[in-house]
Design a protein around this ligand. Structure first.
Ligand code: PNS
Length: 166
């Protein structure tokens, strides 16, 4: 039985992430989607909110579970019997992802498989989606409708807060 982790920040989850999770779930027996709990100052959603949104989207796949993780990914792999790390790869990610994969392998022996991002989502990233939403653009093409709606609501309330702070 092979168990993979799909780790990420997922702030917020996009169609690109979900495509990688689904494809991983077809290759291995079990998938754990691990949401990094290290909060960045610019995070749009709390880690718990991201887990909740992902769990909702991943409920359609019976062999996918979603959880939070903190600390080193390789430690998470050891405590959750993970055999392999699975990540989507866009052209721009290559050097950093390669470096992380090699570091993780050196630290623990756990290997990483890369799935080429689906061409229709190759230009999509959570950070670009946050930027587009913050500047008033429509992000519905890049993520499930419910998540796009929550993203635009969150950005609107944050923008309203920023306006009253001035
Ligand atoms: O979606 P992201 O932001 O690319 O996800 C990055 C994440 C959370 C997968 C990565 O930062 C990570 O693995 N963090 C855990 C800390 C860790 O193990 N650091 C050493 C990596 S070599």
């Amino acid at each position: 039985m092979t168990r993979a982790v799909c780790p990420g920040s997922f702030d917020p989850v996009t169609h690109g992430h979900l495509d990688v999770i689904e494809r991983t779930a077809r290759i291995v027996d079990d998938v754990v989607v691990a949401v990094g709990s290290n909060i960045s100052k610019n995070a749009l959603f709390t880690p718990d909110e991201r887990v909740e949104m992902l769990a909702d989207e991943c409920a359609q796949w019976s062999n996918v579970a979603v959880t939070l993780f903190g600390g080193l990914l390789v430690d998470f792999c050891a405590t959750h019997d993970i055999d392999v790390i699975s990540k989507g790869l866009r052209a721009a990610d290559f050097s950093y992802e390669l470096q992380m994969a090699q570091m993780n392998r050196k630290l623990s022996g756990v290997d990483t498989i890369f799935l080429p991002t689906a061409p229709q989502w190759a230009f999509v990233s959570s950070s670009l989606v946050r930027e587009v939403a913050t500047l008033g653009g429509d992000v519905t093409p890049f993520m499930p409708a419910k998540i796009a709606e929550r993203t635009m609501e969150r950005v609107a309330s944050r923008n309203a807060g920023a306006a009253t702070d001035v």
